[in-house]
Design a protein around this ligand. Structure first.
Ligand SMILES: N[C@@H](CCC[C@H](N)C(=O)O)C(=O)O
Length: 270
């Protein structure tokens, strides 16, 4: 199995091309590949497969030639990955599978359109965030209130007074399973300036990561609400860099870097 390694603001992925749509990736194999000591290492796996070859998304084939089959580091499936889709697009262009410009990528949350040049940042139309309402979490022994937001995948974005830099995110946050029956990605953020926030995230299925694109959009939605706005552009600082989120009346946009850093063969032992 060939792989390419890439990241978007240090949210890192093992990209696995599967042009025939034949690979069976068990949760155990994905977890072994993502292991940072005994595997390649990554927050998740992006299988690159023709949309038409995947029954679960084949209805998107007319709008998107390639399906981003996203798996978390523990092998679980997720509906969407905002940093992943930018890195996926960079891979498609780099591999000659798509031309720079604008194209669709199939995901379990539906088609996401990306804008990509030969180099530089990549922008994704992330769709309209769906606000789920208020909920609570417990992180590092403290309780916080947040806004539930679906970006195709579930988020709880919490504006907090404690500096996010000081939080211990080594253990999974507690959350209300009645509100989030499929689990949730939890973002903690501070307002740091005019349309600026600093965010950390504990991702469902991957633990603390250095960035989360869908989480950045959910955070921008919660931050905008906190200052009485619904639209606008937000700079979201994460441990791995900065992404930009624009909210308008009908959709949301995520812009940030997407970089490929290595490639090779995944050994049979994994
Ligand atoms: N890092 C991603 C989100 C990946 C999926 C998430 N862990 C989930 O299970 O929903 C992003 O950049 O959006």
């Amino acid at each position: 199995m060939r792989f390419v390694k890439g990241h978007g603001t240090e949210n890192d992925f093992v990209i696995i091309p599967d042009p025939e749509g034949r690979l069976e990736l068990s949760p155990e194999t994905v977890a072994a590949i993502c292991d940072r000591r005994t595997g390649i290492g990554g927050d998740g796996v992006l299988r690159v497969v023709p949309t038409a070859r995947c029954p679960e998304v084949a209805d998107q084939a007319g709008e998107a030639e390639w399906f981003m089959d996203y798996r978390n580091a523990d092998g679980s499936l997720a509906e969407m990955c905002g940093n992943g889709v930018r890195v996926f697009a960079r891979y498609l262009v780099d591999a000659g599978l798509a031309a720079p410009g604008e194209f669709g990528v199939a995901t379990r949350a539906g088609v996401r359109r990306v804008r990509i040049a030969a180099e530089g940042d990549v922008t994704v139309d992330m769709g309209r965030p769906r606000v789920l309402g208020e909920s609570r979490t417990a992180v590092d022994g403290r309780e916080y209130q947040g806004l539930g937001v679906s970006m195709g995948n579930p988020h709880l974005a919490c504006l907090i007074e404690d500096p996010v830099a000081g939080l211990d995110l080594s253990r999974p946050p507690r959350f209300d399973a009645a509100v989030f029956p499929d689990g949730v990605n939890v973002e903690l953020f501070n307002l740091t300036g005019d349309h600026r926030v600093t965010m950390r995230v504990y991702e469902r299925g991957s633990g603390e990561t250095r960035s989360c694109g869908t989480g950045a959009v959910a955070t921008a939605v919660a931050a905008a609400r906190a200052v009485g706005e619904e639209t606008g552009t937000w700079a979201v600082r994460v441990p791995g860099g900065v992404v930009t989120v624009t909210l308008d009346a009908t959709t949301s946009w995520l812009t940030g870097p997407a970089v490929l850093v290595a490639s090779g063969e995944i050994p049979a032992v994994l």
